[in-house]
Design a protein around this ligand. Structure first.
Ligand code: PM9
Length: 463
């Protein structure tokens, strides 16, 4: 008799102590909600959702230890003990010398861009991120994409699609001169590429090259632990290293970091800027007072900093990260089994459905990914996010960016949903896939000036 081979489960290293009840909606209710939201999932009310995969940002479940930490909040205006705890954790775990807390990631991006970028500067990076690039542009800089070509191909299964193409970078340095490049902007777990990791080898090579030219590396470490997991799984020599050690090694090749702690670090709000250079720190400490709050709270309550300090410790636990990415892979494999086209390899924080492949009859200027996100919501109340032409926005000259990747992100909050929820999500996507030929595109009827994906409104094109 044949038996199914026994596979090791990715099961969660926690149990559930409290639940949040969800409202179940009818298709008619969802249709009304979608119309009111102008076909933009950002404009839906969360009450009208069943499963919320809009983002993994600020949506994770905190642990009992983090909640206990909230009660230890020292809400002094200046010098809160929670700031010193956070500073100690950032130094010990991440290895950066100086910490400036901010209300979230973009607060750190704003300060860093204002300090380091001069008008006319070039900022090479391993694929753009929406808020990061906007702050670079607002500071007078121009972002240049130096990610490897494989990252722009959803089907290419290269294991480190977050890698930098060092030839592309060398060409940029030759063309503009190192003095015009204040830093290289390097993200771990590249969000817009599908949560794809950068390898340690590539990072080391990048460090050697940038050292030669005296250029800084600034690390967007929002999802560094997930990247470390992929290094542990896929890169030679790292199988027996802990996530904690891998994270520290990644950071050691960079000069500073911006962090949205709302992701990896398991908090609902918070972020920071961390640097090794005293001069940059001094300037950042000056500026944080203008834009965020005093340098020992940066727009956060003491309790938020305490929850962050504890969350960082939990985020680098091997069992945690194994289960977190395991759940994402479970969903991805289920989608693949239904024939749904997704970005491969499966990334760290979500499943990215290839909307160009899913809806090939809808041209990019009729927003296939936006359309698909709306259709999945209509089917089951599952909320996802467009990561395509709407997110890419417009260039300084007003032309649309047309990214190669036109994706819908099914982002998995950490420690929130169950395996059965993953089944519901995959089944709903498969149902929409079955009726894909009957789906029409959208027309944008309202476009805000900045980060248009958040507030743009759409209308369905006639059949
Ligand atoms: N990422 C996300 O859903 C939040 C909303 S979309 C702008 O993926 C990276 C890699 C991010 C990120 C936010 C930020 C900004 C910086 N870098 O949202 O300001 O994924 O904390 O961080 C979102 P904040």
């Amino acid at each position: 008799m044949m038996h199914t081979p026994i596979k090791k489960s990715w099961a969660e290293p926690y149990k559930i102590k409290m639940v949040e009840l969800l409202k179940m909606t009818t298709k008619a209710q969802r249709k009304k909600a979608l119309l009111e939201a102008g076909y933009n999932t950002f404009l839906l009310r969360s009450e009208d959702l069943y499963i919320d995969l809009l983002t993994d940002s600020g949506t994770s479940a905190m642990s009992d230890h983090q909640w206990a930490g909230m009660m230890l909040g020292d809400e002094a205006y200046a010098g809160s003990r929670n700031f010193y705890h956070l500073e100690e954790v950032v130094r010990n775990i991440y290895g950066y010398k100086y910490l400036v807390p901010t209300h979230q990631g973009r607060g750190a991006e704003n300060i860093l861009s204002k300090i380091l970028i001069k008008k006319g500067d070039i900022i090479p990076g391993n694929m753009y991120f929406t808020t990061t690039r906007l702050h670079q542009e607002l500071a007078g800089g121009k972002f240049e994409d130096i990610i490897i070509d494989e990252a722009h191909d959803p089907e290419n299964e290269f294991p480190f699609k977050g890698n930098v193409d060092l030839d592309k970078l060398e060409k940029l340095i030759k063309k503009h001169g190192a003095a015009k490049i204040p830093y290289i902007s390097i993200a771990t777990s590249v969000n817009m590429a599908g949560g794809q990791p950068i390898s340690m080898k590539n990072l080391k090579e990048l460090r050697t090259l940038t050292n030669k030219h005296g250029i800084r590396i600034i690390h967007d470490m929002t999802r560094v632990a997930e990247n470390a997991h992929f290094i542990q799984q896929r890169e030679k020599g790292y199988q027996h290293k802990s996530i904690r050690d891998i994270v520290k090694e990644i950071n050691s090749y960079t000069d500073g970091a911006t962090m949205s702690a709302k992701k990896d670090a398991l908090v609902n709000i918070g972020g920071f800027l961390a640097v090794n250079e005293w001069d940059v720190f001094e300037e950042a400490r000056n500026m944080v007072v203008v834009y965020e709050g005093l340098h020992t709270y940066g727009g956060l309550a003491g309790r938020d900093m305490e929850a962050m300090a504890i969350g960082i410790m939990e985020s680098i636990n091997d069992d945690h990260i194994h289960a977190r990415v395991g759940q994402v892979v479970y969903l991805g494999e289920k989608m693949i089994s239904y024939g749904v086209p997704i970005v491969k390899p499966i990334g760290g924080h979500g499943i990215f459905v290839d909307a160009k492949k899913f809806l090939p009859h809808i041209p990019q200027d009729q927003f296939p990914a936006q359309t698909l996100a709306a259709e999945v919501y209509l089917d089951s109340g599952v909320r996802t996010m467009e990561r395509g032409v709407v997110s890419a926005g417009r260039k300084a000259n007003g032309e649309n960016y047309y990214p190669k990747l036109e994706l819908v992100r099914f982002t998995i909050p950490r420690r929130v949903y169950t395996q059965a929820h993953m089944d519901v999500i995959a089944e709903s996507t498969a149902r929409v896939y079955e009726r894909r030929h009957k789906i029409n595109g959208l027309k944008m009827i309202y476009e805000p000036k900045y980060l248009r994906f958040f507030q743009a409104r759409f209308e369905q094109l006639p059949k």
